[in-house]
Design a binder for this molecule. Structure first.
Ligand SMILES: C[S@@+](CC[C@H](N)C(=O)[O-])C[C@H]1O[C@@H](n2cnc3c(N)ncnc32)[C@H](O)[C@@H]1O
Length: 270
């Protein structure tokens, strides 16, 4: 049996009340990821660890043929409900398939694009998952990985503030789980160098895109809530532009690559 929590919800990751900084981060991460798949009518796209299915549904509604692969029956049930609510009559919804990321139940070269958003750090074997995504994606297709950066500027600043408060001043911790500590259901603590190293084994990396800066920093959500909305979003967009230039500081990194020829050669030889 695999030691993977498939009954999780996302309450310790996604704040229940959406402050502008969270709203911006999640929307921008989704937009950057889905855009990078170049999905559209006539394209076959794989959503790996599709969760509750909102991204698969969005791409299907835009005309792509989408398969969401997910090992959790609970998540897949939620995805089916989400799809039933959001896909209108006459529109085609995604197909849901049960599958682990490191053993995808598809033939080589089957998809025009594959993507995995916000899930790589939940995988017990992420490198095999990337190799599998490369295998099932056409040589000229795209593999897109969106991963939270636990060495973002926000993580570094928050860690430094906590060290001053707790180690120097002896004050008690400000909060329960710290944003820079990996949650209990994560296997890997990703930072940019590790993401690139793992991706480069199976992909020819084309783009490394940083998304958002500052998420989770003490006081940042409160400030973003208090500022007039246009000013808050102007600030968030400015920081996002900085994240694009310096992905090492970003809250989330989106890596886009093409499958390495060796992945395909190996698969065909097998
Ligand atoms: C945080 S959710 C992300 C879901 C979705 N991609 C999104 O952006 O909302 C992580 C998902 O990874 C799935 N998961 C965990 N381990 C997995 C594995 N080894 N292979 C495939 N999916 C896995 C979980 O069941 C869960 O649905």
């Amino acid at each position: 049996m695999r030691v993977v929590d498939l009954d999780r919800d996302m309450s310790d990751v996604i704040p229940t009340g959406m402050s502008p900084d969270s709203e911006f981060l999640f929307d921008r991460m989704t937009e950057a990821t889905l855009h990078a798949t170049c999905a559209g009518a006539g394209r076959l796209v794989l959503d790996v660890a599709s969760g509750v299915g909102q991204d698969s549904v969005a791409l299907a509604r835009d005309g792509a043929t989408v398969i969401g692969a997910e090992p959790s029956a609970r998540m897949t049930e939620m995805a089916k409900m989400f799809s039933a609510e959001h896909v209108a009559e006459g529109e085609s919804g995604p197909e849901w398939v049960s599958g682990w990321a490191d053993a995808l139940p598809f033939a080589a070269d089957a998809f025009d694009a594959s993507f995995c958003k916000g899930a790589m750090d939940h995988f017990d074997d992420p490198e095999s998952a990337i190799a599998e995504m490369a295998r099932v994606t056409k040589r000229d297709g795209r593999v897109v990985l969106a991963i939270a950066n636990f060495d973002s500027l926000a993580c570094r600043v928050t860690r430094a503030i906590d060290a001053i408060r707790e180690d120097w001043l002896g004050w008690p911790p400000l909060r329960g789980r710290r944003g820079y500590d990996t949650p209990s259901d994560h296997f890997t603590r990703y930072e940019l160098a590790l993401m690139k190293e793992q991706a480069a084994r199976s992909l020819e990396i084309e783009t490394v895109l940083g998304v958002s800066i500052g998420w989770g920093m003490p006081g940042w959500a409160t400030l973003a809530c208090r500022l007039p909305r246009p000013i808050a979003f102007g600030l968030l967009r400015g920081l996002d532009a900085l994240a694009r230039r310096f992905p090492t500081l970003a809250d989330v990194v989106v890596i886009v690559g093409r499958p390495r020829p060796s992945e395909h050669a190996l698969t065909r030889a097998a």
